[in-house]
Design a protein around this ligand. Structure first.
Ligand code: 5GP
Ligand code: ZN
Length: 303
């Protein structure tokens, strides 16, 4: 596949019947063939992290509005936020709503915010589970995966608005958080390379919003708090992050009031697999027909 051809790759993914254009940029339906790749990646990730004693938890793709406020997401990424709104009016307002829809005008003005927002990262719901007294001496570990939403519509198939993320999270002391990062840099690289992908681990930053965000991104890079596992999907010049390791320092510990065994503010770190992006990387690398992928790759995904 040639470079910078995300339009072509997107068309190929749709023409091959793997994904379905769901009607707006960055939103896709998935067929069984694609979902079998997703299931394989999730199963391999689970096996890779088994043995650490992580508690496996699942949460819906919507989280309480208070949780989004507590994570400081609105400070850092207001432009990626997805908020749920609903109708709370009377008959009169309902009539207005229908009129606005019929006339093709903006009807959202009559809605009101619900108590939930869309989840931007798989790990956010686990931090409130750690606020119940000091953590055990070796911290707490969670495995969590599911749908995430970030409002960044794009024709690039690797930039989806709704996608799956599979994470292993550590909450405990600073040394444990560093160890979690180090272990997962190696494990993540081995896991993704075992699928025949060329992986490079690079220092990265989140797309923090605005002027203050520029400083936050610079600080994140300086301290190498975010490492991304990149591989070519739609461009070899700028490969795509299919996984990342994030060191949050005491950010979640402070905002959620989590204390480590020593009583100090807890530190945390997480390893996140971008499940959909990993599927796309495999389709780019090995071709659009998973039944024709190398036997050793198939054996890793579907043992
Ligand atoms: P992070 O929290 O590092 O931004 O995201 C974790 C992982 O989720 C990324 O490494 C990436 O693989 C995946 N991810 C982030 N944004 C997107 C996106 O727009 N589309 C898709 N498909 N995956 C994403
Ligand atoms: Zn996370």
């Amino acid at each position: 596949m040639a470079d910078d051809t995300y339009g072509t790759f997107r068309d190929e993914l749709i023409d091959s019947g793997l994904v379905i254009d769901a009607g707006v940029e960055g939103l896709y339906g998935r067929t069984l063939a694609y979902e079998q790749i997703i299931a394989g990646i999730i199963s391999l990730t689970t096996r890779t992290g088994a043995g650490d004693g992580a508690m496996t938890v699942h949460f819906p793709p919507v989280i309480p509005r208070w949780l989004l406020e507590r994570t400081d997401y609105l400070k850092s990424f207001p432009d990626l936020t997805g908020s749920v709104h609903t109708f709370r009016g009377d008959d009169k307002l309902h009539a207005r709503l229908l009129t606005l829809v019929e006339e093709g005008r903006d009807w959202v003005e009559v809605l009101e915010p619900a108590d939930v927002v869309l989840r931007p990262a798989a790990c956010h719901p686990v931090y409130p589970l750690c606020t119940d007294g000091p953590l055990p001496a070796d911290g707490r570990r969670f495995e969590v995966q599911g749908w995430c939403f970030r409002h960044e519509p794009s024709p690039d198939p690797a930039r989806m608005m709704a996608f799956r993320m599979h994470e292993f999270v550590y909450v405990g002391d600073p040394e444990g958080a560093d160890a979690h990062r180090d272990v997962w840099v190696q494990r993540g690289t081995d896991m993704l390379e075992s699928l025949g992908l060329d992986i490079e681990v690079v220092v990265a930053n989140d797309p923090f919003f605005g002027r203050v965000g520029k400083m936050m991104a610079a600080n994140q890079r300086e301290e190498a708090l975010k490492l991304e596992f990149v591989t070519p999907i739609t461009s070899t010049q700028s490969p795509t992050a299919i996984s990342s390791v994030n060191r949050h320092q005491d950010h979640f510990g402070l905002t959620f009031g989590i204390r480590s065994a020593s009583g100090a503010v807890a530190h945390s770190a997480c390893f996140a697999v971008g499940v959909d992006r990993t599927a796309l990387a495999l389709l780019h690398r090995h071709g659009l027909d998973p039944t024709a992928w190398p036997e050793e790759v198939r054996a890793r995904l579907w043992p």
